[in-house]
Design a protein around this ligand. Structure first.
Ligand SMILES: [Zn+2]
Length: 75
């Protein structure tokens, strides 16, 4: 009467390396197989792979706030 197939643990494939990952509470980094693969994926976002065009403008705004010549205040 038992149906081992439906009872079998669900697995997913790690988006980074394709390794089979059991979908359980113990798989902390699911759907990734490990913290390393998770960080690699997040790193792609942070390194500009999905960057929004125009983001470098932030740099201009910040440097614009800086006093170009602080000594002028004393003249
Ligand atoms: Zn992986």
């Amino acid at each position: 009467m038992s149906d081992p197939i439906s009872e079998k643990s669900v697995t997913v494939n790690c988006p980074e390396c394709g390794k089979t990952v059991p979908w359980t509470a113990e798989s902390r980094y699911r759907p990734f197989c490990s913290e390393r693969c998770k960080l690699i994926d997040l790193g792609e976002w942070a390194s500009g792979g999905h960057a929004i065009p125009g983001e470098p403008l932030e740099d201009d705004l910040m440097s614009g706030d800086m006093p170009q010549n602080p000594a002028d205040k004393y003249n």
